[in-house]
Design a protein around this ligand. Structure first.
Ligand code: IMP
Ligand code: MG
Length: 182
Protein backbone atom coordinates (compact mmCIF):
# COMPACT_ATOMS: atom_id res chain seq x y z
CA UNK A 1 0.00 0.00 0.00
CA UNK A 2 1.30 3.45 -0.97
CA UNK A 3 1.72 5.75 2.00
CA UNK A 4 3.71 8.74 3.19
CA UNK A 5 5.66 9.40 6.42
CA UNK A 6 3.46 12.39 7.38
CA UNK A 7 0.22 10.42 7.03
CA UNK A 8 -1.27 8.74 10.11
CA UNK A 9 -3.95 6.80 8.27
CA UNK A 10 -5.34 6.41 4.75
CA UNK A 11 -9.08 7.18 4.77
CA UNK A 12 -9.83 6.71 1.07
CA UNK A 13 -7.49 4.66 -1.12
CA UNK A 14 -6.66 5.25 -4.78
CA UNK A 15 -8.87 2.31 -5.80
CA UNK A 16 -11.81 3.57 -3.75
CA UNK A 17 -11.45 7.04 -5.29
CA UNK A 18 -11.37 5.66 -8.81
CA UNK A 19 -14.44 3.47 -8.33
CA UNK A 20 -16.51 6.09 -6.55
CA UNK A 21 -15.64 8.82 -9.07
CA UNK A 22 -16.67 6.59 -11.98
CA UNK A 23 -20.03 6.03 -10.26
CA UNK A 24 -20.43 9.77 -9.60
CA UNK A 25 -19.55 10.50 -13.22
CA UNK A 26 -22.18 8.00 -14.43
CA UNK A 27 -24.87 9.50 -12.18
CA UNK A 28 -23.94 13.07 -13.12
CA UNK A 29 -23.84 12.23 -16.84
CA UNK A 30 -27.32 10.67 -16.58
CA UNK A 31 -28.64 13.78 -14.82
CA UNK A 32 -27.32 16.06 -17.60
CA UNK A 33 -28.24 13.88 -20.59
CA UNK A 34 -28.80 16.17 -23.59
CA UNK A 35 -27.28 19.21 -21.84
CA UNK A 36 -23.80 20.71 -21.90
CA UNK A 37 -23.20 21.57 -18.24
CA UNK A 38 -20.54 23.93 -16.98
CA UNK A 39 -18.35 22.30 -14.34
CA UNK A 40 -17.26 25.03 -11.99
CA UNK A 41 -14.31 23.96 -9.88
CA UNK A 42 -13.33 25.80 -6.74
CA UNK A 43 -9.57 26.31 -6.71
CA UNK A 44 -7.30 24.85 -5.72
CA UNK A 45 -8.36 21.74 -3.82
CA UNK A 46 -10.92 20.53 -6.38
CA UNK A 47 -8.55 20.40 -9.33
CA UNK A 48 -7.52 16.76 -9.01
CA UNK A 49 -11.12 15.67 -8.50
CA UNK A 50 -12.27 17.78 -11.48
CA UNK A 51 -9.75 16.31 -13.89
CA UNK A 52 -10.62 12.72 -12.96
CA UNK A 53 -14.37 13.42 -12.91
CA UNK A 54 -14.42 15.11 -16.32
CA UNK A 55 -12.56 12.26 -17.98
CA UNK A 56 -15.00 9.75 -16.48
CA UNK A 57 -18.09 11.68 -17.66
CA UNK A 58 -19.89 10.76 -20.86
CA UNK A 59 -21.70 14.06 -21.55
CA UNK A 60 -19.89 16.97 -23.20
CA UNK A 61 -19.24 19.81 -20.79
CA UNK A 62 -17.29 23.01 -20.27
CA UNK A 63 -15.12 23.91 -17.28
CA UNK A 64 -14.38 27.14 -15.44
CA UNK A 65 -12.73 28.09 -12.17
CA UNK A 66 -13.30 30.28 -9.15
CA UNK A 67 -10.99 30.88 -6.22
CA UNK A 68 -12.24 31.85 -2.78
CA UNK A 69 -10.73 32.39 0.60
CA UNK A 70 -12.37 32.78 3.98
CA UNK A 71 -11.48 35.82 6.04
CA UNK A 72 -9.22 33.94 8.45
CA UNK A 73 -9.80 31.86 11.54
CA UNK A 74 -11.49 34.50 13.71
CA UNK A 75 -14.29 35.14 11.22
CA UNK A 76 -14.47 31.60 9.84
CA UNK A 77 -17.93 30.87 11.14
CA UNK A 78 -19.32 34.21 9.94
CA UNK A 79 -19.49 32.77 6.44
CA UNK A 80 -17.75 35.75 4.89
CA UNK A 81 -15.96 34.46 1.82
CA UNK A 82 -13.71 36.52 -0.42
CA UNK A 83 -13.63 35.96 -4.20
CA UNK A 84 -10.00 35.82 -5.33
CA UNK A 85 -10.78 34.80 -8.91
CA UNK A 86 -14.16 35.00 -10.59
CA UNK A 87 -15.52 33.04 -13.57
CA UNK A 88 -14.36 33.99 -17.06
CA UNK A 89 -17.88 34.10 -18.54
CA UNK A 90 -21.45 34.86 -17.43
CA UNK A 91 -23.49 31.78 -16.42
CA UNK A 92 -26.96 33.09 -17.22
CA UNK A 93 -28.99 30.26 -18.79
CA UNK A 94 -26.31 27.61 -18.18
CA UNK A 95 -26.58 24.36 -16.23
CA UNK A 96 -23.89 24.84 -13.62
CA UNK A 97 -22.35 22.10 -11.48
CA UNK A 98 -20.14 23.27 -8.63
CA UNK A 99 -17.26 20.81 -8.11
CA UNK A 100 -15.89 20.98 -4.56
CA UNK A 101 -13.24 18.99 -2.75
CA UNK A 102 -14.76 19.01 0.71
CA UNK A 103 -17.72 20.48 2.55
CA UNK A 104 -16.94 21.19 6.16
CA UNK A 105 -18.95 23.95 7.93
CA UNK A 106 -20.80 24.59 4.66
CA UNK A 107 -20.12 28.35 4.69
CA UNK A 108 -18.05 28.41 1.50
CA UNK A 109 -20.65 26.54 -0.56
CA UNK A 110 -23.55 28.41 1.00
CA UNK A 111 -21.98 31.72 0.03
CA UNK A 112 -21.02 30.57 -3.48
CA UNK A 113 -24.47 29.18 -4.08
CA UNK A 114 -26.12 32.50 -3.24
CA UNK A 115 -23.67 34.40 -5.38
CA UNK A 116 -24.14 32.13 -8.40
CA UNK A 117 -27.94 31.86 -8.11
CA UNK A 118 -28.09 35.65 -8.38
CA UNK A 119 -26.49 35.30 -11.85
CA UNK A 120 -29.51 33.40 -13.13
CA UNK A 121 -28.16 29.99 -14.23
CA UNK A 122 -30.65 27.51 -15.77
CA UNK A 123 -29.81 25.19 -12.86
CA UNK A 124 -27.24 24.97 -10.10
CA UNK A 125 -26.13 21.68 -8.57
CA UNK A 126 -23.26 20.67 -6.33
CA UNK A 127 -20.93 17.69 -6.20
CA UNK A 128 -18.47 17.40 -3.34
CA UNK A 129 -15.92 14.61 -3.17
CA UNK A 130 -15.86 14.65 0.63
CA UNK A 131 -18.19 15.76 3.40
CA UNK A 132 -17.70 16.07 7.16
CA UNK A 133 -21.34 15.97 8.27
CA UNK A 134 -20.52 16.39 11.97
CA UNK A 135 -18.98 19.82 11.24
CA UNK A 136 -21.93 21.34 9.38
CA UNK A 137 -23.04 24.81 10.54
CA UNK A 138 -25.19 25.71 7.52
CA UNK A 139 -27.40 23.35 5.62
CA UNK A 140 -26.38 23.34 1.95
CA UNK A 141 -28.20 21.17 -0.62
CA UNK A 142 -25.43 18.95 -2.02
CA UNK A 143 -26.62 16.77 -4.91
CA UNK A 144 -23.76 14.28 -4.93
CA UNK A 145 -21.25 13.37 -2.22
CA UNK A 146 -18.34 11.01 -2.81
CA UNK A 147 -17.51 10.02 0.75
CA UNK A 148 -18.67 11.05 4.20
CA UNK A 149 -15.68 11.22 6.51
CA UNK A 150 -15.17 11.80 10.25
CA UNK A 151 -14.01 15.11 11.70
CA UNK A 152 -10.30 14.68 10.96
CA UNK A 153 -7.97 16.95 9.02
CA UNK A 154 -7.32 15.27 5.69
CA UNK A 155 -4.87 15.91 2.86
CA UNK A 156 -4.11 14.44 -0.54
CA UNK A 157 -5.90 14.16 -3.87
CA UNK A 158 -5.90 17.97 -4.17
CA UNK A 159 -6.36 18.81 -0.49
CA UNK A 160 -3.50 20.58 1.21
CA UNK A 161 -2.04 21.61 4.51
CA UNK A 162 -0.11 24.84 3.94
CA UNK A 163 0.01 24.06 0.17
CA UNK A 164 1.57 20.63 0.70
CA UNK A 165 0.35 17.08 0.04
CA UNK A 166 -1.98 17.96 -2.87
CA UNK A 167 -0.12 15.42 -5.01
CA UNK A 168 -0.80 12.37 -2.82
CA UNK A 169 -2.96 9.91 -4.80
CA UNK A 170 -5.14 9.03 -1.76
CA UNK A 171 -7.01 10.87 1.01
CA UNK A 172 -5.10 10.58 4.26
CA UNK A 173 -5.23 11.92 7.79
CA UNK A 174 -2.31 14.21 8.50
CA UNK A 175 -0.30 13.32 11.62
CA UNK A 176 -1.49 15.65 14.36
CA UNK A 177 1.98 16.71 15.49
CA UNK A 178 2.46 18.32 12.05
CA UNK A 179 -0.28 20.92 12.55
CA UNK A 180 -0.83 21.01 16.31
CA UNK A 181 -0.78 24.58 17.57
CA UNK A 182 -1.58 26.17 14.21
P1 IMP B 1 -16.32 25.19 4.74
O1 IMP B 1 -16.65 26.56 4.29
O2 IMP B 1 -16.09 25.12 6.22
O3 IMP B 1 -17.28 24.13 4.26
O4 IMP B 1 -14.88 24.92 4.17
C1 IMP B 1 -14.57 24.14 3.12
C2 IMP B 1 -13.13 24.39 2.76
O5 IMP B 1 -12.25 24.24 3.87
C3 IMP B 1 -12.69 23.35 1.75
O6 IMP B 1 -12.96 23.77 0.43
C4 IMP B 1 -11.21 23.21 2.05
O7 IMP B 1 -10.49 24.19 1.34
C5 IMP B 1 -11.10 23.51 3.52
N1 IMP B 1 -11.05 22.27 4.34
C6 IMP B 1 -12.00 21.84 5.20
N2 IMP B 1 -11.64 20.70 5.81
C7 IMP B 1 -10.43 20.38 5.30
C8 IMP B 1 -9.51 19.27 5.52
O8 IMP B 1 -9.75 18.32 6.30
N3 IMP B 1 -8.36 19.30 4.80
C9 IMP B 1 -8.06 20.29 3.91
N4 IMP B 1 -8.87 21.35 3.69
C10 IMP B 1 -10.04 21.39 4.37
MG1 MG C 1 -11.74 24.41 -1.02
Amino acid sequence: MVTHPDIAEILVSEDQLEQRIQKLADDISAAYEGEIPLLLAVLKGSVVFLTDLMRAMSVPHAIDFMATSSYGAATESSGVVRILKDLDEPISGLHVLIVEDIIDSGHTLDYLRGLLLARDPASLRIVSLLSKPSRREVDVPVDWIGFEIPDKFVVGYGLDYDERYRDLPFIGVLKEELYAGS
